[in-house]
Design a protein around this ligand. Structure first.
Ligand SMILES: Cc1ncc(C[n+]2csc(CCO)c2C)c(N)n1
Length: 231
């Protein structure tokens, strides 16, 4: 079994938790609240900028022109296409995408961004393993939603589904996995271990990011799960 197929198996529970999280289910059935969605997108703008910096760190480690092109193309897609998917989420609530960016990353978003950027100062393999869950979870969950719930053409978040289920995004997952598998195969035991851990941490943070949105987590407002007021 390939390195990434094995990680997918080991962490099937986290993929499931990502899918089943009430915030994501709320995006699917259209019941997500305005506050949660605006907080999510407001935080995600900063997260995406950290992701773009990681593509820069990847560029700095690119061993071949093919790798340079991979990171350049990834950054281009993020700059040109990803914002549209997110614009649809907030515009449904009459909120301007450009206006909703929050000035400070909340604890969970900041921890995730820091984790990815630190991986970008390790090896190319560790960086790729840290970045992979981002593309994989979103495209996997959006395809599953299309398959199981068939959100209609009039779904308020149609552009979100269209982007993450696009051929381009599906191909990115294939490419990410192929590259990560090749790096894992060439890595020694210690590096492969750090790759596995970087992947697991990012996957965990993907679920935690939904939770941050749902609880309105910020530095000033502790989430209910910390305050012990969650029922
Ligand atoms: C918290 C969070 N996780 C994942 C994504 C999705 N995403 C972010 S960058 C990117 C492109 C990778 O090449 C993708 C698919 C998001 N928007 N926010």
């Amino acid at each position: 079994m390939s390195f990434t197929a094995e990680l997918r198996d080991i962490h099937a529970d986290l993929f499931e938790a990502f899918w089943a999280h009430p915030f994501f289910q709320g995006l699917l059935d259209g019941t997500a609240t305005r506050d949660a969605v605006v907080h999510y997108v407001g935080q995600d703008v900063g997260y995406l900028q950290a992701f773009l910096r990681c593509y820069g760190l990847g560029q700095a480690m690119a061993p071949t022109p093919d790798w340079t092109a991979f990171f350049m193309d990834g950054a281009r897609i993020m700059l040109e296409e990803e914002p549209d998917a997110h614009r649809a989420l907030v515009e449904h609530f009459g909120v301007d995408y450009e206006a909703c960016q929050e000035s400070r990353l909340a604890p969970t978003a900041k921890a995730y961004a820091n984790h990815m950027e630190l991986a970008g100062h390790d090896t190319l393999g560790v960086l790729m393993a840290a970045l992979l869950p981002c593309q994989w979870t979103y495209t996997w969950a959006a395809l599953r939603a299309e398959r199981e719930q068939a959100p209609g053409a009039d779904h308020p978040f149609r552009a979100w589904f269209d982007f993450y289920t696009s051929e381009e995004c599906q191909q990115l997952v294939v490419d990410y996995r192929r590259r990560t598998d090749a790096l894992a195969a060439a890595a020694g035991t210690a590096e492969r271990q750090r790759m596995a851990e970087a992947f697991a941490d990012s996957l965990y943070y993907e679920v935690a990011f939904w939770q941050m949105a749902a609880t309105g987590e910020t530095w000033d407002r502790l989430p209910a799960r910390v305050l012990g007021t969650e029922d």
